[in-house]
Design a protein around this ligand. Structure first.
Ligand code: AMP
Length: 285
């Protein structure tokens, strides 16, 4: 497996395979890899001739300096996981390599899509995501890029970005990988204690119950209210939002027939760690 920190050298390496007609898959990550990332790499290796994984803790998408400072890093373990999965190349740029002139501060406005849910609680986050993903897609020019449904709003943002900027890369969504408790795998889980992990898994259980009530015909507003009440009673968990949305526009919906793609989206603090999760209530094939 090749390791690159230079954009020029990575491009040079990829040009050779592209000229040969090989298909290139990209898996963008921030490292501290787990089996959720692993599933994205598996998909890329299965469908593409060459798989590139990027590991870059992008400072411009962090609205909270503590979150950035405490973001877990374990590069040697990451390399091992990627090599075992059959990844061909890892792109590990420095901040200077990605942002040679940070004064420029390019921003992308995603309109209503970035005003709600994560966007409301993390101002500027999606602009940072949009810029870094645009850069990675420009650098690697992959045929396919893989993203997790774990970050459902991010997926909507990226689909929008690729469409609006006429980027040719196909975006493939991969379903969320969970621990046996139901807790969605996340790099930030490394910062949770054993007890906090148990509390965090309640979020998924609450979404399962909410989905069940809604499918049984309980009115959405009432079902959400009851789920929030239950979660608010949990010691050690501080709910930020819990909503039922159109999974493409992220607009809140009360009438399930209004969309073919409906999901519960939620975010909460467990101790000092902020976790997000979602669960489809209805999904197009
Ligand atoms: P991150 O390193 O957290 O920025 O995540 C990199 C990619 O992996 C994103 O597309 C995430 O949505 C995806 N991802 C993270 N956790 C999971 C998971 N538990 N299951 C599936 N995909 C995930």
């Amino acid at each position: 497996m090749k390791i690159f920190s230079s954009i020029t050298q990575l491009r040079h390496y990829l040009d050779f395979y592209r000229r040969k007609g090989d298909t290139i898959g990209l898996v963008p990550t921030m490292g501290a890899l787990h089996e959720g990332h692993g599933r994205l790499v598996n998909e890329a290796v299965k469908s593409c001739n060459l798989t590139v994984c990027s590991i870059f803790v992008n400072p411009t998408q962090f609205n909270n300096p503590d979150d950035l400072a405490n973001y877990p890093k374990q590069i040697e373990a990451d390399k091992k996981l990627l090599a075992a999965k059959g990844c061909d190349a890892v792109f590990l740029p420095t901040v200077d390599e990605m942002y040679p002139d940070e004064k420029l501060g390019l921003a992308i406005n995603f309109g209503q899509l970035e005003q709600v849910l994560e966007g409301e609680f993390r101002p500027g986050h999606f602009s940072g995501v949009g810029v870094v993903v645009s850069k990675l897609l420009n650098i690697v020019q992959p045929d396919i890029a893989y993203f997790g449904q774990k970050d459902l709003q991010q997926l909507a943002i990226i689909n929008r970005l690729v469409k609006d900027l006429s980027i040719q890369t196909k975006i493939v969504a991969v379903s969320t990988v969970r621990e046996s408790s139901g807790l969605a795998m996340s790099s930030r889980n490394l910062r949770l204690s054993k007890e906090e992990k148990v509390i965090a898994s309640e979020l998924y259980q609450a979404m399962l119950e909410l989905k069940k009530s809604i499918l049984m015909g309980v009115a959405t507003a009432r079902a959400i209210f009851e789920t929030k009440e239950k979660l608010n009673e949990l010691e050690g968990l501080r709910l930020e939002y819990l909503e039922i949305v159109n999974a493409h526009t992220m607009d809140a919906i009360t009438d399930l027939s209004a969309s073919e793609n409906v999901s519960i989206c939620t975010a909460a603090y467990v101790g000092k760690v902020r976790i997000i999760d979602n669960l489809y209530i209805k999904q197009e094939d």
